[in-house]
Design a protein around this ligand. Sequence first.
Ligand code: FAD
Length: 377
Amino acid sequence: MPGGARRYFAGMHSPDVIVVGGGIVGAAAAERLARGGAKVTLLERGRIGGEASWAAAGLLTPVHPWRHPETLLRLEAESLRMWPEAAARVADAGFDLELRRTGLLALVESDDDARECDVRLAWLRGHGERCERLDAAALRAAEPVVAASVRGALHLPDLMQIRNHRAAPGFAEAARRAGAAVVEGCGVRALAESAGRVTGVVTDDGATLAAGEVVLAAGAWTGALLGASCPPALRTVPCRGQMVLYRTAPGTVRHMILSSGDYLVPRSDGRVLAGSTVEWVGFDAATTAPGIAGIRAAAARMVPSLAGADVEMSWAGLRPGSPDELPSIGRVRPGLVAATGHFRSGIMLAPVTAELVADIVEGRGAAEIARPFDPLR
Ligand SMILES: Cc1cc2nc3c(=O)[nH]c(=O)nc-3n(C[C@H](O)[C@H](O)[C@H](O)COP(=O)(O)OP(=O)(O)OC[C@H]3O[C@@H](n4cnc5c(N)ncnc54)[C@H](O)[C@@H]3O)c2cc1C
């Protein structure tokens, strides 16, 4: 931060709330709290939305919902309900998230897939999800570029996506317009505490900024920031995900496409994202030759024309994993609220997380839907 945190904060009145971490989770929480009338300061050590929230694919659906516990599915459903309004507020702040209902095709490529497809179909219908089974001809009509060897697909027409790289900057701008201070290049190195209460933060250059509440939304870095006093659920673990971005003619790929753990996400401008790896390799956000080769092979298996398409770029990001793969949203101790550990679903879960953080900071207490995600569980 030019001039350092000390100079920036000199003469500033203490905010009601400091949010640490300007990914989608912190930015959405800052926006919600500022909209509710709190005096909010959002501190980001790098640039807003520069980590996992930038690196993600923007699917507003779990990759494998049938693997999620019911408690998490309820949280996801609530967030999906909130997304259209959240995207409209972000659009008012000048960031078009291109929220689109492109639907998803889960490909059936083998006998195992065909058997699993029946189970998934029953599960999805049981959860009120619109879905249908497509045979090979219907799949080809819906998505002509899919490989000829694919036998069919499960079609989920209601699933949405967003241009996630615009989301954290968009929420931060909406927060700023609602009166929040948004500070980039300002890392927090410790919490300030007095008599068992968190009273603010100490920035990387030694400045102390006091606040009534601190919201910790530092993604994969949350556990490291809490150090020895970290409750088990908040011991965040980075999980690397690599991505490849293709450039194609708009409309080449129409749906999000899923094949086992691999997926394609088409943007309206013709770009197609392909992902992703799930790697537990510490804080290493570098791409690897085998990782990128694996993603490209899977992409070409799903849509053969991608083998010859231009690759615009590839990257990796660090998902905030947690020991039980569930997010933590709630009070940690007096003056400290956590919103982290969203692992593979933080883009989807940002609006509901912001709302649940506001419940606690504004004194309504943890909503029933948030209880399974208590940081002290
Ligand atoms: C390849 C990939 C694909 C994904 N695809 C999807 C998807 O399709 N859908 C979905 O819902 N999710 C997806 N995810 C997961 C999603 O990206 C994350 O769950 C989400 O971005 C987490 O948001 P966050 O704000 O908690 O973390 P981050 O975006 O990582 O933000 C945390 C921020 O805190 C800052 N910070 C850390 N420490 C400090 C400190 N001490 N002081 C100040 N600031 C600090 C960091 O600089 C960072 O900007 C994907 C992730 C990856 C990597």
